[in-house]
Design a protein around this ligand. Structure first.
Ligand SMILES: *Cc1c(COP(=O)(O)O)cnc(C)c1O
Length: 474
């Protein structure tokens, strides 16, 4: 074995191996452990020196499937409540396979008019879904971190221009520090984006009126007025500890009054726009200068998938185009080179799974999923309220519920210790996955409900496993 050329004929056969494994694997997701400690030794099979003579296509793929279906984290199943992790709808997953099958270079119009066209279509559908103006520019990114980077890079270009500098050409030297304002809900990925952009993650000024991080608008306004020049506001539509929202419309009012740039991080919370029950949470997002969100969270598209929208499309090209490469084509409105609108150059056709899931389930199907998850968060909140050994730390957010295990006679510090241990044991146990956080100074669990497969029995199991483990800790 060796040269892939000798195995040209087995290409489809290898894919069939994957397809054959998919049925049993997907069927097992509802019952199996999220992470099976007994499967860990399988990982040893991955090691070893670089093969001199390869094993051949089928043996290699068979081995990868054997180890992977056993030892992977089965986070696309219904009981992974840690972080904010979506699954893959059947259409999105198949769409992702099509992406690999076609292996498009999506970024330059001439390299794939097909991929560019699908990207244009899905960006239009997403703007429609979230109630954003059709005139906004957009680009698909690998994640919300990179979508935040995209929006904040456009903001940085706008701000430098107001100071008479083309930051893309000349950099930040000589400019003052970029003034960025947010609440205590600001996600670390916005800071990371600012750190990558050379603005410094500590340039964010945080205005909180309580230890949960809720915004202090009056203090923010006073400081914003004192800046006297262009500034950037970051509104957080969906924070990860308790699922709460900054008042986006109030941020938009301030941005308008002081001529500031409003960036909205709606990684998962932007999906509140899909339901009339929750759309008020993101009211005002249609006035933002830039908006970031994730596909791989609540859209339930496979990793990696994010997207960014910018009110003035030219800002994206100003921040990201590479004008000096003579071998690269110059695009126009009909032939968009998406790689000049975002941080990547060569990129996969990540529009395909998004197209597949939106075409398969439409606005209604995705709305139903958002509402189901909101209902499940309310159910979880109710079960927490009813359990004498559980204590809610915040009202259920959009799809996040923040609570802790409690026991009579233990003070807060002892409860922190107990909940830290409970969190670790929960992951060790593997039946349900949920992580801990520190909320208002106290260690808490904060399960997030984002997977299309999740149902009431999964929520009930989460509660019963937490209580069972809590009871056996001393
Ligand atoms: C998850 C998340 C991000 C980062 O998203 P990635 O896709 O992990 O890069 C940013 N902001 C918020 C509010 C998030 O929940």
């Amino acid at each position: 074995m060796g040269d892939p050329l000798e195995e040209r004929e087995s290409a489809a056969e290898a894919l069939r191996l994957v397809a054959d494994a998919a049925g049993p694997y997907l069927a097992s997701l509802s019952d199996r452990l999220v992470q099976d400690p007994a499967a860990a030794p399988l990982l040893d099979a991955l090691d070893g020196p670089l093969p001199e003579q390869g094993d051949g296509t089928l043996a290699s793929v068979r081995e990868l499937l054997r180890v992977g279906t056993g030892a992977a984290t089965h986070s696309s199943g219904p009981r992974f409540f840690h972080f904010v992790v979506g699954g893959s709808t059947p259409a999105a997953q198949a769409g992702d396979w099509v992406t690999s099958l076609l292996d498009q270079v999506a970024g330059l119009w001439p390299s794939s008019p097909f991929a560019a066209r699908v990207e244009t279509v899905v960006l239009g559908w997403l703007k429609d879904l979230f109630g954003l103006p059709a005139s906004y520019g957009g680009v698909l990114t690998p994640s919300a971190t990179l979508a935040n980077l995209t929006g904040l890079a456009a903001a940085r270009h706008w701000w430098a221009e107001r100071h008479g500098v083309d930051v893309s050409a000349d950099g930040l030297a000589g400019l003052p520090r970029l003034p960025v304002f947010s609440s205590g809900y600001v996600h670390p990925s916005s800071r990371k984006a600012l750190q990558i952009l050379g603005c410094g993650r500590d340039t964010v000024r945080v205005f909180s009126r309580d230890d949960a991080g809720r915004v202090d608008l009056a203090a923010m306004e006073a400081d914003l007025a004192a800046v006297g020049g262009p500034a950037v506001l970051i509104a957080n539509a969906g924070e990860v500890n308790a699922g709460d929202f900054d008042p986006v419309a109030d941020f938009a009012d301030l941005a308008e009054k002081y001529g500031a740039w409003l960036h909205v991080d709606g990684a998962f919370g932007l999906f509140a726009a899909l339901s009339p029950r929750t759309a008020h949470l993101v009211r005002g997002v249609e006035r933002a200068d830039s908006v970031a969100a994730d596909g791989h969270k609540w859209l339930n598209v496979p990793y990696e998938s994010g997207f960014a929208f910018v009110r003035e499309p030219r800002r994206m090209a100003q921040a990201f185009a590479m004008p000096d490469a003579a071998y690269l084509p110059v695009g126009d409105e009909a032939r968009i080179n998406y790689n000049s609108l975002g941080p990547e150059s060569s990129r996969r056709a990540r529009a395909l799974p998004i197209w597949a899931t939106l075409r398969a389930y439409g606005r209604e199907g995705h709305r139903a999923m958002i509402e189901r998850h909101h209902d499940l968060a309310l159910l979880l909140g109710k079960l927490v309220d009813e359990a004498p050994d559980l204590e809610p730390l915040a009202p259920p957010g959009l799809n996040v519920v923040c609570f802790r295990y409690r026991r009579d006679g233990l003070d807060d510090d002892r409860l922190d210790e107990l909940n830290r241990r409970l969190g670790a044991e929960l992951l060790e146990d593997g039946r349900v996955y949920a992580g801990t956080t520190v909320y208002r100074g106290r260690t808490a669990l904060r399960p997030a409900i984002v997977n299309w497969r999740t149902g009431e029995t999964d929520i009930e199991l989460l509660v019963s496993v937490v209580r069972e483990i809590g009871a056996r800790l001393d």
